[in-house]
Design a protein around this ligand. Sequence first.
Ligand SMILES: Nc1ncnc2c1ncn2[C@@H]1O[C@H](COP(=O)(O)OP(=O)(O)OP(=O)(O)O)[C@@H](O)[C@H]1O
Ligand SMILES: [Mg+2]
Length: 459
Amino acid sequence: MMKKLFSRALFSYVLGIFVLLIVSGVILNQVVSNYVVLIAVLLTVYIVLLLMLLHVFDKYIKPIKKATKTVGKLVEGNYRARMHHPSYGSIGELSSRINQLARNLSELSIHEQMQSEQLATVFDNTVSGLVHIDQKGYIHLVNRKFLTMFGKKAKDYKGYLYYEVIPNEKIHETVQKAFLYEENVKESITHYKGIDKFYLEIVGAPIFNDRNMLKGAVLVIYDITEMKKLELTRKDFVANVSHELKTPITSIKGFSETLLDGAMDDEEARQKFIRIIYKESQRLQLLIEDLLTLSKLEKEEFQLNIVEVDVKQLLQDITPIMQSKAAKKNINVTINIDSDSTVKIDEDRVKQVILNLLDNAISYTPEDGNITLQVDEVRDQLHIRVSDTGIGIEQEALPRIFERFYRIDKARSRNTGGTGLGLAIAKHIVDVHDGKITVDSKVNEGTTFDVYLPKETAI
Ligand SMILES: Nc1ncnc2c1ncn2[C@@H]1O[C@H](COP(=O)(O)OP(=O)(O)OP(=O)(O)O)[C@@H](O)[C@H]1O
Ligand SMILES: [Mg+2]
């Protein structure tokens, strides 16, 4: 259109010049009789007019053409387009305003892009699953966490009705209630991914527009599995402690009542019952000591008492206690120490780990068995291995033996005086040393525990 206008103006301009030339030629013809002078004058006038035309073209028409082109690019979304034309006056003003507009548009678009990127980053990286559903029930957005929880790809959800692609009735109910009551609705569900069980808390939150009209809903899905597990562990722990305390207390109470009810006069019964009461109170004491140790180790402010210890010295203090216990069952204990170094560890705690492992080895190895305690160095770690030729542990039970109160055979373990806390304590101690404890076992062949501790434990 600009081109048309421009060519029309040019045409009228040239036509005007010709008309002017002819008219002035006719007038001059009357005045100037010499044709040469006449042509010279006309030519001069023509050249002057042509120069004027070129000037007008360069000063006004060309910049307007450029301005139109630049604005066209801006309309197409190319905010980097600028007018490069040195001009002054109104055209110069127009050009600088267009450039200013282009700069503003460019800044605005960068700002908008940054904001949407930030929003997308937050949406995608929140620790909760998020789903945006419109008022008709179509899914618009799902975030990465949601996809890790429920599987599939974003394209399998986007654009579909939520109840067709999210396979959980409780979630459907949550969305429906959020739409119906127009308020936040909270539900808890258990969700299976393969064989893994997850506990999820779902919040359906309705979204409103400026005029307070329902525009859809956002589903927020929190993974509360860890919290639930902790809660279950705490409940289990309380139940276990109560049970473990109840057993010896019931027995102490029962036998003392029997004694008070007359058994005291019978010498043999008295001896027997008092011995039981003594044994049970010893069990109680051990249990309470173990519980206190565990609770101390679990405290956040717990600090190891790191000292420099000679490895040989450390073991010399332990072995006599175990030798005598093993001798009662005629178990042979072999000790191999292949280390002349000193290590920086919490001496008392590490002794407790080795004692607990040796104690188990003796308890769970039948008479005439063999136990080996081997200590050496593996790179920058102290390696302690306790192996026995005892009853062994089934493969399924292996991952659980470090749990508190876990005993494979409760009845047999109770006979040995065990409470199921020994390995839990050992693992805790190894963990706070930044070490590692592993177990390998074969039923009826024996068990091997390996402990790796850094030779210099960081404080
Ligand atoms: N060397 C081993 N051989 C066979 N079973 C073992 C061995 N060490 C541990 N276990 C099994 O692991 C369970 C847990 O051991 P842990 O030391 O924690 O408890 P405990 O020995 O029963 O009681 P305590 O708290 O008095 O040590 C034991 O009950 C036993 O069933
Ligand atoms: Mg034990």
